[in-house]
Design a protein. Structure first.
Length: 291
C-alpha cells in the first residue's frame, strides 16, 4: 500500500463498546418507552448506513418500536433494509415510518417520539452521574456509575507504538470530543487536536469523506489508511478516493459488530483494501503490503 498516514476509528477498534454505547441504546429505549430491541439488532442499523451517531441510531430504533406499537407489522430486518434503500440514516427512518403507516397512526408515532428525552437518557446511562454533571452541565435524574467505565481496551500498547513510529497517526470518530478524549486517555494514545476529528468537528459524519481528506491535507500524505469497524468507515475511505486524487485504503476491523467470515465479506463488498481480525494486526498488514 505504501501508506504514509494511518487514521483510526475509536469504537470497536481501540475500545469495545458492546457494554457501553450499544447497551445505552437498548436501555434508553427501555427506560423511555418500556420496550426495546436486542443488542445484536443494533448492527442492522449500522449496516444500513448513516448511523455513525448513536443518538440518531437510538432515535431510529425508537421510531421502529413506536411504529410497531401502532400496528405496523414490518420486521426490523425489513425496516433497516428499507432505510438502506433510501440512503441510510435518521431521515430515511422517518421516511420509512411515513410510508408504512396511515396518517393517524403516523401522527401518534411522531408525537410520542421524544428525541431530546432519548438523548438525555442515553447520556445519563452512558456517562453516569458525575461525568454527566461535568460534560452536560445539569443534574442527572438517574444516579449511576455509567456504562463508559465498561469499555475494555482492544489495542495493545506495542501496536500504538509501532504505528506512531512508522506513520503519521490520526483519529476519526463519531464520538463527541470530550468522550473521545476519555477513550484516548484510556488506551494511551496522545493525538494532537489537529490530527483528530470528532462529532464536534464536522456536521456530516461518516461516510462523508471531508474529515478524512482534511487529515490527509494536514499530514501532507499521499496515501492514507483508515481503519474502522463499520461499513461506513470503509465507505468513508472509498468516498475520499472518489473525491480526492490521493489514495485512500479502508481497513475493516473485525472487533466491532461485524465479525467472522460474514463480516469479512461485507467489508470486502464495501470496498475494503484489507480486513484484519483486530487493530493489533494492522502494523503487520501494512508492512506486508508496503513490501
Amino acid at each position: 500500500m505504501n501508506v504514509d498516514a494511518v487514521v483510526l476509528d475509536i469504537d470497536g477498534v481501540l475500545v469495545d463498546v458492546a457494554d457501553s454505547y450499544r447497551r445505552a441504546i437498548v436501555e434508553s429505549l427501555q427506560t423511555v418507552y418500556n420496550e426495546s430491541i436486542d443488542r445484536t439488532d443494533i448492527q442492522l442499523f449500522k449496516d444500513a448506513g448513516g448511523f455513525n451517531n448513536d443518538w440518531e441510531l437510538t432515535d431510529a430504533a425508537a421510531l421502529f418500536v413506536l411504529a410497531r406499537r401502532e400496528g405496523c407489522d414490518i420486521t426490523l430486518e425489513e425496516f433497516t433494509d428499507a432505510i438502506s434503500m433510501m440512503g441510510g440514516g435518521l431521515a430515511a427512518a422517518r421516511a420509512v415510518v411515513s410510508d408504512e403507516l396511515p396518517p393517524a397512526e403516523r401522527e401518534l408515532v411522531f408525537t410520542a417520539w421524544d428525541s431530546e428525552r432519548l438523548r438525555d437518557t442515553f447520556q445519563q446511562l452512558y456517562l453516569g452521574g458525575s461525568l454527566y454533571r461535568d460534560l452536560e452541565g445539569s443534574e442527572p435524574t438517574l444516579e449511576m456509575e455509567g456504562f463508559i467505565h465498561d469499555e475494555p481496551v482492544l489495542v495493545e500498547p506495542a501496536t500504538l507504538e509501532t504505528l506512531d513510529e512508522r506513520y503519521a497517526l490520526g483519529v476519526l470518530t463519531g464520538r463527541p470530543a470530550a468522550e473521545a478524549e476519555i477513550a484516548l486517555q484510556r488506551v494511551g494514545l496522545d493525538v494532537p487536536e489537529k490530527h483528530r476529528f470528532t462529532m464536534d468537528d464536522w456536521d456530516e459524519g461518516k461516510p462523508d469523506p471531508s474529515a478524512l481528506i482534511t487529515l490527509a491535507d494536514r499530514f501532507d500524505a499521499d496515501r492514507v489508511a483508515f481503519a474502522g469497524d463499520t461499513l461506513d468507515d470503509v465507505k468513508t475511505a472509498v468516498n475520499a478516493a472518489e473525491r480526492d486524487d490521493r489514495t485512500y485504503d479502508g481497513i475493516g476491523v473485525l472487533t466491532g459488530g461485524l465479525t467472522g467470515e460474514y463480516g469479512r465479506k461485507r467489508f470486502e463488498q464495501a470496498g475494503a483494501s484489507a480486513v484484519v481480525e483486530t487493530v493489533n494486526d494492522l502494523p503487520a498488514t501494512l508492512e506486508h503490503c508496503n513490501r
